[in-house]
Each structure stands twice: as C-alpha cells, then as structure tokens.
Design a protein around this ligand. Structure first.
Ligand SMILES: Nc1ncnc2c1ncn2[C@@H]1O[C@H](COP(=O)(O)OP(=O)(O)OP(=O)(O)O)[C@@H](O)[C@H]1O
Length: 305
C-alpha cells in the first residue's frame, strides 16, 4: 500500500513553477529521503502534501485520504516537523507538548504517559519544566520532533530534521528515525546531507527545479546512473593487460602494477574475464566501481533534461 501518492502536482508562485508536474509514490514502512538543491521545491512539495498550500493542479493522497477533501482524517495519522518551526518560547517543554497533545483525542492519563515517554526519548526529561526560551537550538529541534510524534503517527514527515544540529543531536534524530521504521512507521524526510540520506533511506528521490529527476532504492539509482553515464570496471591482472576490444568499451585507463580502469557502456565483466582467460591472463580482481550518492546527486543536478 502507498502511504503517499502524488499525481501531477504543480505549484507556481506567480509565473515561477516551484513544483512542476511531480509524481511520487511512497510505500508503507520505508524511509524515503527527498533530496534536492536549495530552492528545488522540497518544502513546497511537503507543504502541499500536508494540505498547507493549495497547488495549481494535482492529486495528493496521504494514508489513503485525499489531503484536500479529508485533511483532518489524514492529519490525525501523521506527524510533521516543519523547517524553521516555531515553538512557544514562554512555555515549558512539558506545556508545549501538552498543548499540542490537546489537538488529539487522548485521555489525560494517556497524554501524560505519552509526553513522559517522548521527553525521555528525545533526552529532554530533565529539562521538562524549563521554559523553551532557555533551550539551545538542538534542544528545541528535539522538542519539535517529540511534538511531531505526539499522536504516535503512522507517517512522519520531516523537513530537514537535522539542520542546525550538532553531531550528537543529529545522531539522536537519526536513531529515532530508525526506531520508527522498526516499529513499522513510514518516514519521509528532506535533506541536503547526502551521507545522512545514504545512511537512512531505503528509497531516494531527487528533485531539481520542481521536477523529480530520479527515484528508486540506492542500488536502483546507482544502476540508472551507470547505465546513463557508463560503468567503471576496475581490473588487476597478474600479467600485463593485453589489448582488449569490445563494442561496449569506451576507453581504458592503464594504471601502475597491472591495474586498469575500463570505462564501458554496460557491465561486461563476464566477457572481459572470458577474453583474458583465453589469452592465459590471470585476473586478480575485477569489480565495478560503484558511484557514490554524491556522484549521482551532482550529475543529476547538472544534467539537462
Ligand atoms: N511563498 C513564496 N512566494 C514566492 N516564491 C516562493 C515561495 N515559496 C517558495 N518560493 C520559491 O519556490 C522555489 C522552491 O522553494 P522551496 O522552499 O520549495 O525549495 P526547497 O527545495 O525546500 O529549498 P531549500 O532547500 O532552500 O529549503 C524557490 O525558488 C523559492 O524561492
């Protein structure tokens, strides 16, 4: 089942198309990393998904509900951490969560139990009676994450959840995302931080100038990238590498110590292996150099469509 379904989403600000005919489906139980350079349209997509901005056209279903027709039904079952979210500075951490919990149908006992659990989860239990205005940026962000989790949501939508956090704070947020996933929840998060997306996401979507350029698991998008940009096959042989010819080979870069990189249009490791064996050459290693997410991201951004 798809927890998020976006069809032909377009949103313009004046003449400028911030999101341009975007289609996306996110299945239940995965962590989806939404990547894109500044101004690519991530926040506009997220706010549309929450029914907080009205797009020019398109359909959005969240947890099976049309977000524009049944916003409450969808919102009861999701949690949202906005980018640059505001928080009640004059209230304590406890009162902030208590206020937020009052939007949901929970008994007093349930509410108190949930607030305690969450404050402990985000490491703010000892600071529960402190006014938020005395909190560091990291503490505020952790409180906002607790706020997003107050209704034990099936879907968690996080806009740049680790932005501005120190490594310890970012680590905590990442471990909470992992725990949520383990509990069967779906997490959709946007980020600029490639290593974080690589670490957490089961699937990745890359948005550039309002268009979804690439989507898939990390392996899938790396494979798509290699099919488009070519394969780098690293080889090391016992004897010197003889001339090899194959229609898929673009070029060969010979390195020291009988090592070389074969740039090819497809994965031709088997053919290379057969060719070399027939010439009595011993292969010590033959492997594909996989592109990093950074390679894929940068080429995707700069590729013209
Ligand atoms: N209310 C608005 N009025 C006019 N233009 C806007 C408005 N909101 C966003 N934009 C423009 O739409 C584009 C997409 O913005 P959006 O915030 O969705 O991008 P983003 O991918 O979330 O960027 P960032 O990573 O910088 O947060 C940007 O060029 C932005 O300047």
């Amino acid at each position: 089942m798809n927890v998020i379904e976006i069809k032909n989403l377009t949103k313009s600000y004046g003449k400028f198309k911030a999101v341009d005919n975007l289609n996306l489906a996110v299945e239940k139980g995965i962590v989806f990393g939404f990547l894109g350079p500044n101004g690519a349209g991530k926040t506009t997509t997220i706010l549309s998904m929450l029914g907080l901005i009205i797009p020019d056209s398109g359909e959005i279903r969240i947890l099976g509900h049309d977000i524009f027709r049944e916003p409450i039904k969808a919102k009861e079952r999701l949690g949202f951490l906005p980018e640059n979210a505001t928080i009640y500075e004059e209230l304590t951490a406890w009162r902030n969560l208590d206020f937020f919990a009052s939007f949901y149908n929970m008994s007093k006992a349930e509410k108190e139990k949930r607030i305690e659990e969450l404050l402990k989860l985000v490491g703010l239990w000892d600071a529960r009676y402190r006014k938020v205005k005395t909190f560091s940026k990291g503490m505020k962000q952790r409180l906002l994450l607790a706020q997003a989790l107050i209704n034990d949501p099936e879907l968690l939508i996080l806009d740049e959840p680790t932005s501005g956090l120190d490594p310890e704070g970012a680590h905590l947020v990442k471990s909470i995302i992992r725990e949520q996933r383990k509990a069967g929840k779906t997490i959709f998060f946007s980020s600029h931080i490639l290593s974080e997306v690589e670490e957490l996401a089961d699937k990745v979507g890359i948005i550039v100038k309002g268009k979804l350029r690439t989507v898939g698991t990390l392996d899938e998008i790396k494979k798509q990238f290699m099919e488009l940009e070519g394969y780098e096959i690293k080889i090391e042989t016992k004897q010197a590498l003889p001339e090899i010819e194959h229609p898929e080979i673009i070029r060969i870069e010979k390195l020291a110590d009988n090592r070389a990189i074969i740039f090819a249009k497809s994965d031709i490791r088997e053919e290379i292996s057969e060719m070399l064996s027939s010439k009595g050459i011993t292969i010590l290693s033959l492997e594909i150099e996989e592109p990093s997410l950074e390679d894929v991201f940068l080429r995707t951004i700069y590729r013209r469509e």
